[in-house]
Ligand binder design. Structure first.
Ligand code: ZN
Length: 114
């Protein structure tokens, strides 16, 4: 059950990931990496903020969970069945970095996870 003061913004988050994913190839282990890629969270970040094309090892200076409540308050078990149970934000990084899910697949999962 979602607390009343928090709204379910998973659809908006998924759209942000997809939007950012169209701008760069995917990378793993960092929001943005030297070869010009972004991870799923980097993609969401880039859909909200302009990021230079050659960004290097930029790490966002704010938390995306200020924009998307669901990153913190929705907790899910890993859909790959590896027994991790995390809030949506860390889970997105886990799926990107540890299971190498595509950002499109992650966005779809974010939208549809019950
Ligand atoms: Zn896992």
């Amino acid at each position: 059950m979602i607390p009343r003061h928090l709204h379910d913004d998973r659809t908006a988050l998924a759209e942000a990931i997809l939007e950012g994913a169209r701008r760069r190839p995917q990378c793993f282990g960092e929001y943005f990496c030297d070869d010009g890629g972004s991870c799923a969270m980097g993609a969401a970040y880039e859909s909200l903020y302009l990021v230079p094309r050659t960004v290097g090892h930029l790490h966002p200076t704010f938390d995306l969970d200020r924009f998307f409540d669901c990153l913190e308050y929705i907790v899910r078990s890993c859909p790959e069945g590896c027994r991790k149970r995390l809030p949506l934000g860390p889970m997105i990084l886990h799926l990107n970095d540890d299971h190498h899910w595509t950002r499109e697949r992650i966005a779809d999962w974010v939208k549809t996870t019950a």
